[in-house]
Structures are given as C-alpha cells and as structure tokens.
Design a binder for this molecule. Structure first.
Ligand code: AMP
Length: 301
C-alpha cells in the first residue's frame, strides 16, 4: 500500500505516503480547502530536536508534514551514509506521539526518478565554499537537490529547519530564492540540547560512552567564546577555543566566528555587528557540529 492510514483507537491519526504523486494530490485537496501546510524534512532517527520542529509546525499550520528520507546525494563520506541510523518504527511512534498529520516516507527512486544526477548546479557562492562546504565537498549541492525536490512535492506555506544546522539554514534560504519559492516562509527553530549542553543529533547514538562523556565540550567551548567576546581582534580567542577541543582529543575541522547571513569570517569585531560561532570536530569516528549566536540576534534574521 502506497498510502497508509495509521489509527489510534478508532481515530485516524496520521497518514503515511510513499508516493510523491499521491501526497501531492492529497495536499492539493487540503490547500484548496484553505489548510496551510508546515513541512519538516528529516533523515529520521528522530529525537526531541526533530519533534520540537514538528510542534512548531503543528502550532502554526492546519497540517504538519514530516518527511523521512536519508538522502544519498548529500553524503560525501560513503561510510557515514552506510552507518546512518535507521529507526523507522520508533520514528513513527514519536511522530504519532507528536500528533504529526502526514508522514512522507519515499524511496530513492521516488525522490530521484531520473537518477540522482539532475545536472542542475545551485549557485550558492561563499555559502558552500566555507566551513561544512570546505570539509564536505558537494554536500550542499546534495542538500539543495533533495530540498528542491521535496519543496516541489509538498509546496508548504512554512518550512521548518533547526538552527543546529546553521549553515544549512542559510543555504536553504538562498535555495528558496534561487528556485523562486517565495510563497514558502522559512522558520528557523532553536537547537535543542541534552541537559549537559550537547546538541541533540541522530549521530550522538554512535558515540562510545567515553566519547559521549566529553562531547559536551563543544558547547562549553562555544559558550566560552560567547562569554569572552570583546570588541577588537578575535583570532587569539578563536585559537584558544581550538586548543580546548584538541586538549580533550577532538580532531577539529573548524571553529570559526562569522557573519550570520554571509558566513564571512570576522577577525576584528567592531563590538556591534551580529556574530555566530560554528564548530565541527570528530570524536573517534563521529563528526559533531554545533553553533552559537554570540550576539543577541535571532537565527531568522
Ligand atoms: P536531520 O534529520 O539531521 O537532517 O535533521 C532534520 C531537521 O532537524 C534539520 O532541520 C535539523 O537542523 C533539525 N535538527 C536536528 N537536530 C536538532 C536539534 N538538536 N534541535 C533542533 N533542531 C534540530
């Protein structure tokens, strides 16, 4: 069955679609009735961070659609793709608990009917050359490919993304402009953290106990940057933060202090302009990313 109704007691609680055309048809009917759609794209292995996006989508729209699709085109490391956790049954339970209306669970062929090479290049400029773009070549082209396709299918009034993937939020904001989807509002939701500060992530479950114990250092280091930020040169502070991670045996890809919208690095701060600090580092084989706004701006600005 391509379209599955999931019941709780006698009540229809969630509809699951596997076919893009069937989902589109259903959403057409809903949008004609004036029902707005909030869309949360995910790769599954859901946690409370994802569910917080669903809650926002529920609160601001008549219908919340969540997709689960582990997108092969955004993995530059085949090992990372192979090891990506798949937990569909518990995901479905969490979506039911979060009152999700519609789950879209497509196959690779459904998302890429003509194969993953669309031939389209998204001009993302500096946004894909720095930070994640530098360390994961091609990653953001893959992200744009899948989000473009998903937006074409779902055509939501609002798209919900987590600040946890800050650079991805900036890239998708650019994508929405590039593909002329201006009827879709981008809502960026705050990063949900474990009580010790570690940003929730599907990858955390791959950390060994000893790694899990030191993983919150990333957040401590970002907080250190925020608490010690002063107008003037920033490079010494940034270097100190790298050393704090190296001392705890992280392999650091980057820690950088940048302008939020353009991701241009800032070396000397005027004491006024908005800044965000972003970090990516390996603990063993697991790569963690996190970020923190250093000044009092919101990620949506
Ligand atoms: P993913 O399944 O990792 O592709 O994430 C799907 C969406 O959930 C993305 O918009 C992420 O930024 C968001 N997300 C992931 N982790 C968190 C978190 N800890 N807090 C809030 N949103 C998150």
């Amino acid at each position: 069955m391509m379209r599955g109704a999931i019941f709780g007691g006698n009540q229809l609680v969630m509809i699951q679609f596997k076919k893009a055309s069937e989902l589109r048809k259903y959403l057409d009917e809903q949008q004609k009735k004036g029902n707005s759609i909030g869309f949360v794209p995910t790769m599954g292995a859901l946690h409370e961070g994802h569910i917080s996006l669903l809650s926002k989508a529920k609160a601001q729209n008549e219908l919340a659609v969540v997709s689960i699709f582990v997108n092969p085109t955004q993995f530059n490391d085949p090992e990372d793709f192979k090891k990506y956790p798949i937990t569909t049954e518990t995901d479905i339970q969490q979506l039911l608990d979060g009152n999700c209306d519609i789950l879209f669970l497509p196959s690779v062929d459904e998302i890429y009917p003509n194969g993953p090479e669309t031939g389209r290049y998204y001009d993302l400029g500096l946004l894909e050359r720095r930070l994640e773009g530098e360390f994961r070549p091609g990653h953001f082209q893959g992200v744009c490919m899948v989000v473009h396709r998903l937006l074409d299918i779902v055509r939501p009034e609002r798209l919900y993304l987590g600040q946890k993937d800050f650079q991805q939020c900036m890239v998708i904001r650019r994508l929405i402009n590039l593909i002329g989807m201006s009827h879709t509002d981008l809502v960026i939701a705050p990063t949900l953290r474990e009580p010790d500060g570690l940003a929730m992530s599907s990858r955390n479950r791959r950390l060994l106990p000893a790694e899990r114990a030191i993983a919150p250092t990333i957040y401590q280091v970002l907080s250190f940057l925020k608490n010690n930020l002063k107008a003037g040169p920033l490079d010494t502070l940034r270097q100190q933060s790298v050393s704090m991670l190296v001392d705890k045996k992280f392999r650091v890809d980057y820690i950088d202090i940048v302008r939020p919208a353009s991701l241009e690095p800032v070396h000397v701060w005027d004491g006024k302009e908005p800044l965000v600090a972003l970090a990516a580092a390996f603990l063993g084989r697991v790569r963690l990313i996190d970020n923190l706004l250093l000044t009092a701006t919101s990620a949506s600005e």
